[in-house]
Design a protein around this ligand. Structure first.
Ligand SMILES: Nc1ncnc2c1ncn2[C@@H]1O[C@H](COP(=O)(O)OP(=O)(O)OP(=O)(O)O)[C@@H](O)[C@H]1O
Ligand SMILES: [Mg+2]
Length: 324
């Protein structure tokens, strides 16, 4: 089939078909972590990560950690040393690129791999750490570190701790954190998250910081195809699907968004908001129908997808948006 010839004959239609095939082949890619032969809960965690769209760097990193732990076991078995490694990390990327989601899965994975004893995630931001008087910040920060022992302490928008300079209590939070990393060595993993430029600047505010975070994972913005796959997966999980018209409408809207945005617009979180809004719109549409088939109950039609003007202009943080 020559795509070019067919595109000349019926440009729009063939374009959509081609894109859909492309999209589906993305979904059918061999999952990066399927080669790890593990049963039980560890398999379930690996599958959760594999199920996330894109994020190849993160998946490769998990493979490395898994391999390192396995080889350490073999080394120990023959009497060789098997050293600990520093696993504190920095996540950079725009909103909605999966940082919190990945941190949560990593916490579980590390528990199943025996790196962390509990495997929970404590997510904090500046306001949770910075206090109002001298000593208050250190106390608040230590409390959160204690809560995170055995798991991951995830500091979102970590660069804001360096915002106020030398006199700001944010600096006290950083100093307390660095001290805790030494005190509790491998009892918890600290992940600092934020936008690339701000995090780079943040690291340079304290010469001791860069070497303490040897693992850097960058979360790239999703492509149009990835966003479409994310939408389809989200709907599938909820037992819905897009009609052909809805697929075209969503793809067209997203491509327009990607083309005009000079700012990231919320990535996968934006998709989740669209999906959830569409589900509500479909419910209202079906409410007054006397009979609704299973097919109808599952189908999101083009008319259920409504994109508001303000959504196209702003980063999407709707009023009901929860963290993570
Ligand atoms: N790779 C992915 N595949 C599928 N869904 C994803 C992916 N990444 C994120 N999501 C979904 O997008 C939503 C937002 O993700 P998440 O909260 O992890 O982003 P974030 O990077 O932490 O954003 P922020 O910087 O705003 O905190 C969640 O519902 C999550 O399930
Ligand atoms: Mg987050």
């Amino acid at each position: 089939m020559s795509k070019r010839v067919l595109m000349q004959e019926a440009k729009n239609r063939i374009h959509v078909v081609f894109e859909r095939e492309h999209c589906r082949s993305g979904m059918e890619q061999v999952p990066a972590l399927s080669c790890i032969d593990e049963p039980g809960p560890l398999r379930a965690c690996l599958d959760k990560l594999d199920h996330l769209v894109g994020l190849n760097g993160v998946k490769e990193f998990v493979k490395e950690i898994y391999a390192w732990l396995e080889i350490n076991k073999r080394r120990r078995a023959v009497g060789l040393s098997a050293d600990q490694q520093v696993l504190h990390m920095m996540f950079t990327g725009n909103p909605g690129t999966g940082k919190t989601t990945v941190a949560r899965i990593l916490a579980e994975l590390f528990r199943e791999m025996g790196v962390l004893s509990k495997g929970h995630l404590v997510e904090v931001e500046r306001a949770d750490l910075v206090g109002e008087y001298i000593g208050h910040t250190a106390q608040k920060t230590r409390e959160h570190v204690k809560k995170a022992l055995g798991g991951i302490l995830f500091i979102d928008e970590a660069y804001s701790l360096a915002r106020g300079g030398e006199k700001d209590f944010g600096k006290e939070a950083i100093d307390t954190m660095v001290k805790s990393m030494e005190d509790y060595c491998n009892d918890f993993i600290l992940i600092l998250a934020g936008y690339v430029e701000e995090m780079e600047h943040f690291l340079h505010t304290n010469p001791g910081l860069p070497s303490r975070f040897p693992i850097r994972l960058h979360f790239t913005d999703f492509s149009l195809d990835e966003l479409m796959v994310i939408a389809e997966n989200m709907l599938q999980e909820r037992q819905y699907r897009l009609s052909l018209t809805a697929q075209e409408k969503l793809r067209h809207h997203l491509s327009k968004q990607l083309a005009v945005q000079d700012q990231p617009f919320g990535n996968a979180r934006y998709i989740r908001n669209i999906v959830e809004q569409a589900i509500r719109n479909q419910a209202v549409r079906l409410l007054h129908m006397r009979y609704t088939s299973k097919e109808e109950l599952m189908t999101i039609r083009g008319e259920d997808l409504r994109f508001h003007h303000h959504e196209e202009k702003q980063r999407i943080y709707s009023w009901y948006n929860e963290k993570g």
